[in-house]
Design a protein around this ligand. Structure first.
Ligand SMILES: [Mg+2]
Length: 227
């Protein structure tokens, strides 16, 4: 990856563990329910976590039902508390190390999902001074979310570089690489999170796989020495 000049990262399960965000949100909702309905916050939190293990659907509905509090309005309120809360989340240690080491590079983020939620994550991870811009694809409409190359093309124009000079690091082979690879962008798959063991066809897989950012640092530096 000798000619890489611009580093672009996915956020969830690439730079930090997404599960820690979900749990942080559960805590916020449990505290809200304690204040408003005197529910036992710790127990409610444990119930959310137990439901999560069964799947991500209807978690608030199911737990509220156990307290005879299930209503569309309250579920919506819980979702809103979850989405707006200021999360307690932290960069993976190796990610923080990598960002420090490569701080002279232009660094961008491209992340899908609810833009309010994603902005809260970016703020919580204390990136402000380290990244040039966070592209929250949710702000550009559904059709411009990954796998669309829309935000990546914007980065290319901003930096005035070729796609071959931009590398994207992500963890989800369903959508992180398939749209940008044919255009010449370089791709790196972080083997972390819920997609870690997922194997797809060649079009969906990245050019390189890593298990942590120290490996990426080695790959980038090795190539610099060769040039
Ligand atoms: Mg991700």
């Amino acid at each position: 990856m000798a000619q890489v000049k611009v580093l672009v990262f996915d956020v969830d399960d690439t730079l930090y563990e997404e599960l820690t965000f979900v749990k942080s949100g559960f805590r916020a909702v449990a505290h809200f329910l304690e204040e408003k309905y005197v529910l036992p916050s710790e127990k409610v939190y444990e119930q959310f976590v137990a439901e999560l293990e069964k799947g991500r659907e209807k978690i608030f509905d199911t737990v509220l039902q156990q307290y005879d509090l299930n209503s569309k309005g309250l579920v919506r309120k819980c979702l809103s508390v979850y989405r707006r809360h200021k999360p307690e989340i932290f960069l993976y240690e190796d990610a923080a190390r990598f960002l420090k080491k490569f701080e002279s590079f232009p660094i961008y983020l491209v992340t899908d999902g609810n833009p309010t939620v994603q902005q809260n994550k970016v703020d919580a991870l204390l990136f402000q001074n380290r990244i040039k811009k966070a592209f929250l694809t949710g702000r550009f409409g559904v059709k411009n979310a990954k796998p669309s190359p829309y935000c990546f093309e914007k980065i290319k124009l901003l930096e005035n570089v070729a796609p071959e000079e931009i590398v994207y690091v992500g963890d989800n082979p369903n959508k992180d690489f398939v749209g940008i690879k044919p255009l010449g962008f370089r791709t790196v798959r972080m083997l972390r999170g819920q997609y870690k063991d997922l194997r797809l066809d060649k079009e969906h897989e990245a050019e390189i796989e890593i298990r942590n950012f120290d490996e990426l640092a080695d790959i980038l530096q090795l190539d610099f020495m060769e040039t």
